[in-house]
Design a protein around this ligand. Structure first.
Ligand code: IPM
Ligand code: MG
Length: 362
């Protein structure tokens, strides 16, 4: 089959890690007879430098015309000035909003080969395998009013955590659908003891639950969830939560896997159901790591696993996705490690070599 992908390498290590994911996709194409047509575009700091905006209207349009988007990372010290009118991160937010990518899937799976390498005890992290569903186009990030002004007693600013029942319903459904394919256990994370938007969230989640009698729903307060993630992460399977809570909890959760360089993500414009293909954007959860850029040392696995999610959710190629995941597992099993996951008696490799190794095993 023929597919159109938009590739937005972005800043820092973004171009290096996306190149390796493309290498792996091309190996998939050769093996399974698919043709991936690639269109490259600019996003983030490089887009600010070359096009004067973190995401041009033309790039957004190009993204809309393809089957999916593969993104590297955005940002860097060059564009960090807090007074700046445009920031690289604006490009990411504009992509999410402009493409309607409301469902952010962030799986956290601890590879058994790396269980000894986290800051937590191996017996706590071994076997951890859960997925966060983070709402991505609402809440504090986009809610109005959002502004800063001067009062007679000094400056003041406001952000709004605002959700409509429709926004809550569609994201909670993503949680239930994924739970159905896994252990049929959904945890909905909120702060219903304090926040009105969370009380609506909890109520709507309870209403949607009636459509999924086969899935158990548990409500968990966000502070308790932060604790549970460290105390007993194996308890968790599918979690659904609003934008800001999800941003914070998924960074916390990423530490269970030993390195951010291992964790992929998908941002989807619809509810994933078996046998359907949904438009989405795929990116590693790590940032642009400017100090590591251009050295061929970064771990491309997070981006390669993001490409596997792209195959599964946006192209409907589950078998091919599983082949990529198995290839990563095989390379780790064979003892190859990038610097961030390096351990004694393992073989240290760079970005390109890691990409070659995975591609060869597809
Ligand atoms: C993330 C990042 C972004 C977010 C930033 C870069 C805007 O932290 O994808 O988690 O807060 O959503
Ligand atoms: Mg974040």
């Amino acid at each position: 089959m023929k597919f159109n992908l938009t590739v937005l390498p972005g800043d820092g290590v973004g171009p290096e890690v996306t190149a390796e994911a493309i290498k792996v996709l091309e190996a998939v194409g050769r093996k399974y007879g698919h043709d991936f047509e690639l269109d490259y575009g600019l996003v983030g700091g490089i887009a600010i430098d070359q096009e004067g905006t973190a995401l041009s209207a033309a790039t957004l349009k190009q993204c809309q015309q393809g089957n999916a988007v593969l993104l590297g990372a955005v940002g860097g010290p060059k564009w960090d000035d807090p007074q700046a009118k445009v920031r690289p991160e604006d490009g990411l937010l504009a992509l999410r909003k402009g493409l309607g990518l409301f469902a952010n899937l962030r799986p956290v799976k601890v590879f058994p080969q790396l269980a000894d390498q986290t800051n937590l005890k191996p017996e706590v992290v071994r076997g951890v395998d859960f997925i966060f569903v983070r709402e991505l186009t609402g809440g504090l990030y986009f809610g109005r009013p959002k502004r800063r002004w001067a009062t007679s007693r000094g400056r003041r600013a406001v952000d709004s955590m605002s959700y409509s029942e429709q926004e809550i319903e569609r994201i909670v459904r993503v949680g239930f659908e994924l739970a159905r394919l896994r252990q049929k256990k959904l945890v909905s994370v909120d702060k219903a003891n304090v926040l009105e938007s969370s009380r609506l969230w909890r109520q709507v989640a309870g209403e949607v639950a009636r459509d999924y009698p086969d899935v158990s729903l548990e409500h968990m307060l966000v502070d308790a969830c932060a604790m549970r993630l460290i105390q007993n992460p194996r308890y968790l399977d599918v979690l659904v939560t609003e934008n800001t809570f999800g941003d914070i909890l998924t960074d916390e959760a990423s530490m269970l896997a030993g390195s951010m360089g291992m964790l992929p993500s998908a941002s989807l414009a619809g509810v994933p159901r078996e046998g359907t293909a949904i438009f989405g954007l795929y990116e590693p959860i790590h940032g642009s790591a400017p100090r590591r850029a251009g050295q061929d040392i970064s771990n491309p696995i997070a981006t390669i696993l993001s490409a596997a999610m792209l195959l599964r959710y946006s192209l409907g190629l589950a078998k091919e996705a599983a082949a990529v995941e198995a290839a990563v597992d095989g390379v780790l099993e064979a003892g190859y490690r990038t610097y961030d996951i390096m351990a004694e008696s393992m073989r240290k490799v760079g970005t390109k070599q890691m990409g070659d190794l995975v591609a060869a095993r597809v």
